[in-house]
Design a protein around this ligand. Structure first.
Ligand SMILES: Nc1nc2c(c(=O)[nH]1)N[C@H]1C(S)=C(S)[C@@H](COP(=O)(O)O)O[C@H]1N2
Ligand SMILES: [Mo]
Length: 271
């Protein structure tokens, strides 16, 4: 399926002319402002200003809620996400490594300390599937274990400034999405976790061959701290887009955001 390219001289998603004009000029006929807008967009595009971390930096500037600058930056960031998606496509592969490259011990990270990792009872665990899918059923871990599995040794990169190489195995998300009859033309796949974490991916990344629903880590069942019983491994994205303890997966055309994304981290954050 080929997506119709959208023109770059369009307004960034959600951005309207009134948002980028000085208040004294807001009532002037709109076509006068187009060169300014285009110039602004071109600069944003060429310098990729709002990639990784830049939005987080700017959100530290004490902008008030609903502030015009804040709204512009959010709109620019969303637009930049889409530009990156068009440019970097879906076929770029993350590097893979050998067994001797694996980092031990592998670092733990979450928005809480290690002693607060959720304690999940497997007998009660069911993965919920909802949204734009034909087959809205619950999946046990055993249901997932009988599907064909793949393995990868890849690098996990955290925005906090560390990276580590690990081995994960599980079901390619693409084959799971096909099996549940997901609308593969939908824009987003969202994830809700047992610890209230949440995140989402663009559909091309969800269908990428290296994106897997991981059940195993380092050749054994996923340990609690690394996301038991199920985590998403996405080596083409930063660590925070790899949800652990997944409880629900949903397919949607409405932007689902994410725990860190909603606090200013760039949603695309990857290849
Ligand atoms: N459910 C859940 N998933 C999560 C997080 C979290 O706090 N909760 N943190 C993310 C972040 S920021 C990172 S770097 C990785 C850390 O994964 P690890 O503990 O396997 O190293 O998990 C990601 N997925
Ligand atoms: Mo992270």
């Amino acid at each position: 399926m080929t997506k119709k390219p959208e023109a770059f001289d369009k307004f960034p998603v959600g951005l309207e002319e009134r948002d980028v004009l000085p208040s004294s000029r807001k009532n002037v006929a709109s076509r006068d402002h187009r060169p300014m807008l285009e110039n602004l967009q071109r600069r944003f595009f060429l310098r990729q200003t709002l990639s990784l971390g830049a939005v987080a930096m700017l959100s530290g500037c004490n902008l008030q809620d609903g502030d015009t600058i804040d709204r512009i930056l959010w709109a620019m960031s969303r637009w930049n996400d889409r530009a990156q998606a068009w440019l970097f496509g879906q076929n770029k592969l993350a590097p893979t490594y050998g067994p001797t490259d694996v980092t031990r011990p592998f670092p733990f990270n979450a928005f809480y300390p290690e002693d607060s990792v959720p304690d999940i009872d497997l007998s009660e665990y069911r993965l919920e599937v909802s949204g734009l899918v034909d087959n809205k059923r619950f999946w046990s871990l055993e249901d997932l274990r009988v599907l064909p599995q793949v393995s990868q040794i890849t690098r996990h990169i955290c925005i906090e400034g560390w990276s580590a190489i690990g081995e994960w195995s599980g079901v390619p998300l693409r084959s799971f999405l096909e099996r549940i009859g997901a609308d593969l033309t939908a824009r987003y796949v969202g994830f809700k976790c047992a610890d209230r974490y949440y995140t989402s991916l663009d559909m091309p990344t969800a269908l990428h061959p290296q994106t897997i629903l991981a059940l195993d880590f380092d050749k054994g069942p996923l340990p609690a701290k690394y996301g038991y019983p199920l985590k998403l491994r996405v080596p083409t994205k930063l660590g925070f887009k790899n949800p652990k303890h997944i409880a629900a997966i949903f397919i949607t055309n409405e932007y689902p955001g994410g725990y860190w994304e909603d606090q200013g981290y760039n949603w695309f954050s990857g290849l």
